[in-house]
Ligand binder design. Structure first.
Ligand SMILES: [Mg+2]
Length: 254
């Protein structure tokens, strides 16, 4: 049976507008008990907040269907270093909840790991504290490496740019988790309990969703409703397994 990992922004909705066909497609997956997870680089929202955001704009989804870069970051570190115990972080509710649920104790004196997720209120002194803890031995973990975060005003500084700043400042290399890196895909497969060859990554971004899926050994469905379009496949040289004009077309593939 096919299973799906599904991007959110540009694939399911744009801000507060659902993308044509997205609500109906998710209703169909629910009705036929098709396994799926929403896979998002956004570490800010908790799964409960992410589900509430979607339900408010007309979807019918539950928090257990979300797998965020914050959750992937914590489960990746726990899998690689089962004795990991202490962490500090920059982030919002989603990062905090993932750390606590993953059994980490918060420690701002000598943490083993420093997790960096987006916090839109973080300050120069927060980043400087992070740099000091990393220079003192905390391993730097970036939930995602998005350069920019689009908003109504245009481009905002993305979490990847903050991670890059801390790498530059400390001369350390961050452990990278979110799309296009493989840890978030590996974590999602584990949570879905499916094999890679049954899974399709559905997304609008060739460089993160599609290239990341290929790198992790998954098939992909590129949806032409967001950041990239048909002509970008050739321009970027990133080939999805399937191309669909919108999510409704996915039904024609199976
Ligand atoms: Mg997207």
């Amino acid at each position: 049976m096919a299973a799906f990992l599904i991007d959110l922004d540009g694939t399911m909705y744009r801000g507060i507008d659902p993308i044509d066909g997205a609500i109906e497609w998710i209703d169909t997956l629910n009705a036929f008990n098709v396994p799926y997870l929403f896979l998002t680089n956004n570490s800010s929202r908790t799964p409960k907040q992410a589900a509430a955001h979607m339900n408010k704009i007309g979807f019918h989804v539950t928090p257990d269907k979300f797998y965020t870069s914050a959750m992937a970051a914590v489960s990746t570190i726990k899998a690689e270093d089962p004795l990991a115990k202490t962490a500090a972080y920059i982030g919002e509710g989603g990062m905090y909840e993932a750390l606590v649920e993953g059994g980490f104790e918060l420690d701002y004196h000598h943490p083993q790991y420093f997790f960096v997720g987006l916090n839109r209120e973080a300050t120069y002194s927060d980043y400087s504290e992070a740099a000091r803890l990393i220079l003192n031995g905390a391993k730097l973990v970036g939930t995602n490496n998005d350069r920019i975060l689009l908003s109504e005003a245009g481009a905002n500084v993305g979490n990847g740019s903050i991670v890059a700043m801390l790498e530059y400042c400390t001369s350390k290399v961050a452990i990278k988790i979110g799309k296009p890196y493989s840890p978030i895909f590996i974590g999602a497969l584990k949570k879905l309990k499916v094999n890679a060859d049954e899974v399709f990554m559905v997304g609008d971004n060739l460089e993160t969703d599609i290239a990341g899926a290929t790198r992790a050994g998954l098939k992909s469905i590129f949806i032409d409703s967001g950041v990239h379009h048909l002509e970008d496949i050739a321009d970027l040289g990133i080939q999805p397994t399937y191309y669909c004009k919108n999510v409704l077309d996915i039904a024609t593939l199976f």
